[in-house]
Design a protein around this ligand. Structure first.
Ligand code: PEP
Length: 246
């Protein structure tokens, strides 16, 4: 039985006062019967590390450099994230693939760099609306995942995969539980061909998950939790999703 995981992706939101209230609100909502994490903007890693130190709650970043160190202005290395106690790093979020031109290979290299420092990469995959309409959704996700499987080799089983259909992110449109489950089952089958640990791997769904739709999505056989954007910015909504997963 896989323990569920709910991860908040704050994106580029937050301020000292907002963060303090949100982090304290989540603490007050415990206990959750699932693992819970937030992935915050880099400058706020220090404050979540202080606020949640000693608790079972986890935190991480929203990206991670593929490079170890050096002349890479603006980049943040996995070693730096480890210094701040990060458990996770999201890599390959569709916003970075689309707006920063991140290729499948770069995403795979980032996942590898994170794992090398003991940080679990949350690797995002997902098709655009156009790809779904053209019937290439499955091929797209398969291609994105293949690059990471190839790069991680025998460590494949250590990543978390998040299926995030691009057309559902921040749009209020959610994949139906059946659509999400269908893709999750395909992802797990692809992982099964690569690692003996596939059955134990955590596969998250992301894309307009909210308290109202979370129970049906989380009830699906291969959906092991959620990657939550907008609803992670309000403690009450995030807590409700965590409870649905617990
Ligand atoms: C995300 O950014 O990963 C996400 C799923 O966003 P939202 O929940 O707002 O669709």
């Amino acid at each position: 039985m896989r323990k569920k995981l709910v991860v908040g992706n704050w994106k580029m939101h937050g301020s000292h006062s907002h963060n303090a209230a949100l982090l304290a609100g989540i603490v007050a909502g415990r206990p959750f019967g699932c693992d819970v994490a937030v992935c915050v903007p880099f400058p706020y890693l220090g404050e979540v590390a202080v606020a949640w130190a000693g608790s079972e709650l986890r935190w991480g970043a929203q990206d991670c450099s593929a490079h170890e160190q050096g002349a890479y202005t603006g980049e943040v290395s996995a070693a730096m994230l480890a210094d701040f106690g990060c458990r996770y790093a999201i890599v390959g979020h569709s916003e970075r693939r689309a707006m920063h031109g991140e290729s499948d290979q770069l995403v795979a290299d980032k996942a590898k760099a994170a794992l090398a420092r003991g940080i679990t990469p949350i690797v995002c995959v997902g098709e655009t609306l156009g790809q779904r309409e053209q019937g290439t959704a499955q091929a797209t996700v398969k291609r994105q995942l293949s690059a990471v499987i190839h790069a991680l080799g025998h460590c494949v089983g250590e990543m978390v995969v998040a299926y995030e259909p691009v057309w559902a992110i921040g749009t209020g449109v959610t994949a139906t539980p059946e659509q999400a489950q269908e893709m999750h089952a395909l992802i797990r089958a692809q992982l099964r061909a690569a690692t003996a640990h596939a059955a134990a791997m955590t596969l998250l769904y992301g894309g307009s998950m909210k308290p109202e739709n979370a129970p049906a999505l989380l009830a699906q056989q291969d959906i092991d939790g959620g990657l939550i954007g907008g609803a992670a910015l309000k403690a009450a909504d995030f807590i409700a999703i965590c409870r649905a997963a617990g």
